[in-house]
Structure formats: C-alpha cells, structure tokens
Design a protein around this ligand. Structure first.
Ligand code: DC
Length: 649
C-alpha cells in the first residue's frame, strides 16, 4: 500500500525547511518536496552571500518593521521570535554575530553555513526529501489528501504546507506555483498591489530591453544612503527602465519619499564578495591578455549588458585586457556589485507582468496559518502576503511562519489519524432505506467517505437488471420472461475515479441506467420475487464483508436485518418531486413539475405495494424526515445517530 505522510511540505526554502523539521519534531512523518536539485538555493546566496538570518530585537519591536499585514503575524512571531531563531542556529552549531542595526549574520559570513545547517537538520529529523515539481494539491471531499507531482506521482499526505516562496524568487519557469495551488483550492491571492509597479530610470537602458537577470540582488537606498530594500531574485530591463519581480517588489518600498530621491543598485554577482570577484576578474583578464577588454567579460555578464557596463565603468573598450590597470579593474568590480540606476518615476500598474501579491491573510487562520476553507492546507513564508523592511525581518517571518505552519500541520495530521483509527475500529453495517429522491444515495456516499466505509447502491443493481430486460425487449411485467433472463445477467459494482461504477456483464452502464425509462423498468422488475432473490443474495454477500453502507428499499428489513445502524429517510413526495424537477431543468431537459410528481407517486406506490420486500421502515430504524433540510443537515443528523449507536457496541 502507498505510504501516507502526515505532512507534505512544498518548497525547500527557509520557511519550508523550518516547517518540515518542526512537524517532524512533533512526531509527524514528513516529506519535503523541492523542485530544485538543492534545498535552500536562495538561502545560500541571500544577504550578499552572508545571510542576514534575523534581527536581534524583541518581537513587538520587530512588528514595527513589518510593512504588510503586521497584525496577522502577531501570533506566529511571538511564539517564535528572533531570539528563538538565534538559539536554533546556535544549537545547530552555527555561531552568530550581531552587526549594525542589530542585523544577525553567521560569524563565518557565509550564507551557505546557514543553509547547510538547515539541510543537516532536515536530514537528521528524518524528513524525506523529494526533488520534484508539485502540480496540484489533491483533495478528498474538500479535505487535503496529498499532492500530485508534474511527473504524475501521487503523494498521499494528511496535511500540506505550501512554502513555495514569493514574488521575488521565481525559480526557473515556476513563478507563481504556490499562488496557483492556492487559487485552485479556492484560497484567495491578493491582486497585484497598486504599489507594485515597474520603475522608469534616468539612464537609457533600452539597448538591454527584454534582458532578464536571474539571481541578482536589487537594492534600494534612500537619499541618506540607507538601505530600504534588498532582495535576491529576477528582474528585467525594458525600454523605460526595469520591471520583473524584484523591481515590482522594490517599488513597494519606494513610497515614502519622492521616487527620484531613491537610488537602485543591481548586484550582478550576489554570491561573490568583492575580493573573490576581483580575483576572478584578475584571472579572466590574465587569461585573455591579448584580447580586447570588452570581449573578455562574456563569462561574467550577459552579452547585451557588456557595452552598457563598459561605458559606465569609463574604461576604454578598445584596451587589451593586459592594459587594464588595477584601479580600473577594481572600479569595474565595484560596479558589478552595484550597478547604479536613478529612478525617475513609476509606470502604470497594468504594465506589471507578475499578476500576484500573496496569499490573502484573511483566508488564513493566523495561529497555525491554515487555510480557513480547506482543512489540511497550510502556508508558510514569502508566499503569504506579508512584507517587512530589510534587516533580517523577512527571513525571521519565514522562520516564524514555518514554525507555526509546521506545528499546525502536525497537530492537524495527528487529529486526522486518530479519526482514521476510530474509523477503522470495529465492524459496522449501515442500512439506509427510503423512497426514491429522498437523498439516500448522496447521504450514503457522504457517510462512506466520512467513516471510510464501502458504499453499495442497491438501486443501481435493480436498474442494471432493468436495462438488461429493456435491451432484450422483454416486458418488465412479464415475470416468466424476466426470470428466464436472470441466469445470463451479471451485475457488478466497482469503485472508479469519480465514484461507483455499475457494470452489466462487464460493461460500464453507470450513466445508461439513470434515464426515466430505466427508472420505471427498475421499479417494475424489482417487484419480481426471482429478481429480488437474485440481487438480495449478492447484496448479502457484499454486506458480509462488513464496513459497509448500503442504500435501497429493503436493506434494513430484508438484506441486513441485523445491521448495526438503520436509517429510514422520509421526504414529502412534493419536495422530492421539486428536487427532481430542478435537477432535470438543470440538466437542460424539458420537465413539467406535475408529471414528475405523478411519476414519483407512482413509483412510491409500486415500491410500497409490492408483495415481496415492499418499501417499509424497519422497526428498529431511526427516521430522518429531511423535508426542508439542507444536505449537510441530513448528514449531521445521520452521523449523530451512527455515533450514538456505536457507543452501544
Ligand atoms: O434507488 P433507485 O431509485 O436507484 O432504485 C431503483 C429501483 O429499484 C426503485 O424503483 C426501487 C428498486 N429497489 C428495490 O426494490 N430495492 C432496493 N433495495 C433498491 C431499489
């Protein structure tokens, strides 16, 4: 049997890894699914390769630096404040230091140390890691049941945490995966915020139009040189300036002062510090000593950017590499770490190419970050519509939300498992009888799903016999004729992807038996004692296996007279006729209410007046009169009846 995980985490960034280890620590069986071939790819180069893991301040103070949906973060942040993030990394053997502005870094200044420590923790916690791209979140009756990967692999899980990252980190080709998964499950994603807009620049960058930069850091500084935004990700040049995820996110941080007072800087090599980059340049220049200087930059820059960068550097492009002086090289190096751009204004919002903001916080429950409408679905990290200033706050948000979602998902999964175990305890046979149109089969299906039982629709079996009789041009009232056909009939019920499939001599007749004509055939053939005996013995064999919910007319009286639970559904003929009439109209069929009512009453009469096994309430059946009920009310009442009965055995 396929393994069922308690928690599947989608996305192996800081929030996803934190969520995975937290859930594992709480005893959950966890799978972490990451589409890149490495966990924590962004984490390894963030903060200019140094990784500003958190900000050493109390949570209430940190909230001041949260710029979007501050209140929502309250619970998660107070339970896992910066102090705990620091303790976490120190415990993993990564010493930390606090710098200006209380920014916390690893003492080694190596972001990779942070990433590696988390990866070690993931492995050490027994979390299974799978490198695959998740296509959709699977649900069963509204509750999360796992995920489906792009390659078609089903991963069964009781809870799923979406931690796919945000706007500023579109890993190759996968932008917005988390938003799409959320939307598919009916969880709202905020529309593009009006503050997310492309930025015009004073510099003419049109020669680089269409060029997309990946894994660069874009930094915004205010007039005093103070950093107001710095993120790693993707951006794009246009004829007027810059756009793409980083530029759009940056624009949200350029709202307090006039746009031209800010300055933008692109770090083309965020993973290399200036010294390492200089060594690399030095080597490239040496290797290309006799070539033109501008032709030696292909390894460092996209081709369409070289002329612009060379011009900005002020170095004569015709110089041979050997002729480049040390100061020139160092200037070029500084430039590659911070190509300056002067914003002049914003472009209209409709030019923005990234149509997403983040998971709407009102759609989430703030303690466990659970989707309010989708049981079992949780979110963590940048995918949520949260944002903070730079200074380690955003990573702190990732850790705190990862922690909260991990705890929430583990608790949810444990609860689900308990329910499942209860469901597995003891044999139970539930008989549901009632007239046609009383909602027996939809109730029985829901009960089956809720309690993990097999559902058997006995009416469908009578219908299949009716269809067979019709196909052989035998009158359904010709008792001898119908009896003669019985030895050739095999009726089977199987579970298909979309519910129960009815097989007549191996042929799938699920939809063919639902016509008005076959309804009448079924009703008439079901009066014939031989037909009843034929189907009753099959139904009894099915019921003998136990753990079953069966619906029909004589289940509680004839088929399983010793059923543990018997429910008799009653609904007025008028209401059943109305439901049926609306159903027919909904299907685009012509229908007259009076005709529908007449048909129903006629079938009631057939079912109740026949000599053998007429429709009748078993003495020990509990009646639910669901006239005027919503379907959920019927289910609730039925589950209460079942729960009470179960206490007795
Ligand atoms: O539940 P239904 O409408 O699909 O059933 C079709 C016919 O079969 C119905 O007219 C009554 C008959 N039937 C029966 O006699 N005994 C059962 N256990 C189930 C259905």
């Amino acid at each position: 049997m396929q393994e069922t995980f308690d928690v599947a985490v989608v996305g192996g960034g800081p929030a996803g890894m934190m969520a995975a280890v937290t859930a594992a620590e709480k005893g959950a069986a966890v799978i972490l699914i990451e589409q890149n071939d490495r966990l924590g790819r962004k984490l390894r180069i963030t903060g200019k390769g140094r990784c500003n893991v958190t900000n050493d301040c109390p949570p209430d103070e940190m909230l001041r630096y949260v710029t979007r949906n501050r209140k929502f973060l309250f619970s998660a942040l107070f339970r896992f404040p910066p102090e705990k993030t620091m303790a976490y990394f120190e415990a993993l053997g990564v010493p930390l230091k606090t710098e200006r502005g209380r920014r916390v870094f690893p003492v080694s200044d190596k972001a990779a140390d942070i990433a590696e420590a988390m990866v070690r923790d993931v492995r050490g916690s027994g979390v299974r890691v799978l490198h695959a791209r998740v296509k959709t979140i699977l649900r069963d009756g509204g509750t999360v049941s796992g995920v489906l990967t792009e390659s078609g692999e089903h991963i069964a899980a009781r809870a799923v945490i979406v931690a796919t990252g945000g706007l500023s980190y579109p890993a190759t080709g996968s932008r917005g995966d988390g938003y799409r998964m959320a939307r598919d499950c009916g969880v709202a994603v905020t529309p593009l915020s009006p503050s997310l807009v492309p930025i015009c620049t004073a510099e003419d960058v049109s020669e680089m139009m269409g060029l997309s930069l990946r894994n660069v850091t874009l930094t915004v500084r205010d007039a005093d040189g103070k950093e107001v935004y710095s993120e790693l990700g993707e951006m794009m040049f246009t004829h007027f300036g810059v756009t793409g995820p980083l530029a759009l996110s940056a624009s949200a941080h350029m709202q307090e002062n006039p746009v031209p007072s800010y300055r933008l800087f692109i770090d083309m090599k965020p993973a290399l510090d200036e010294k390492t980059l200089d060594e690399r340049l030095c080597r490239d220049l040496k290797e290309n000593a006799t070539r033109d200087f501008c032709n030696s930059l292909g390894g460092l820059l996209p081709a369409s950017m070289i002329p612009y960068v060379v011009r900005e550097s002020g170095i004569d492009p015709r110089l041979k590499c050997a002729g480049i002086r040390r100061e020139d090289r160092q200037r070029l190096c500084r430039l590659l770490k911070a190509i300056p751009l002067t914003p002049t204004g914003f472009r209209p919002i409709d030019e923005a190419s990234v149509p997403a903001g983040g998971i709407e916080v009102t759609a989430l429950e703030p303690k466990a970050l659970a989707g309010r409408t989708v049981p079992g679905l949780f979110f963590a990290g940048e995918v949520i519509d949260l944002d903070a200033k730079t200074g380690g706050y955003n990573l702190q948000i990732a850790f705190a939300t990862g922690r909260a979602a991990g705890e929430g998902a583990a608790a949810f999964a444990a609860e689900e498992q308990k329910k499942g175990e209860k469901k597995m305890n003891g044999n139970i046979r539930i008989a549901i009888d009632g007239p046609s149109g009383s909602g027996k089969s939809s109730l029985a299906k829901k009960i089956a799903r809720e309690l993990g039982l097999v559902y058997v629709d006995t009416g469908a079996m009578y219908r299949a016999v009716g269809l067979y009789v019709r196909r052989h041009d035998v009158s359904p009232e010709d008792t001898a004729g119908v009896e003669a056909l019985l030895p050739d009939i095999t009726v089977g019920l199987e579970m298909g992807e979309n519910g129960q499939i009815v097989l007549l001599s191996g042929e799938d007749v699920t939809s063919l038996i639902r016509t008005e004509e076959i309804s009448m055939y079924a009703s008439l053939v079901s009066k014939i004692p031989a037909v009843r005996a034929f189907l009753t013995s099959q139904q009894q064999a099915m019921a003998a296996a136990g753990r079953i919910v069966m619906d029909g007319r004589d289940i509680g009286t004839v088929v399983i007279p010793d059923a543990e639970v018997k429910i008799f559904l009653k609904t007025s003929p008028e209401e059943r006729a109305r439901r049926r009439y609306e159903e027919l109209l909904g299907r685009g069929e012509d229908a007259v209410y009076e005709d529908v009512l007449r048909d129903i009453m006629k079938r009631d009469e057939n079912d109740a007046s026949r000599d053998v096994a007429p429709l009748r309430q078993a003495e020990d059946a509990v009646v639910i009169d669901n006239s005027g009920y919503e379907p959920e009310d019927t289910l609730r009442e039925a589950l209460e009846i079942i729960a009470k009965k179960r206490e007795l055995f």
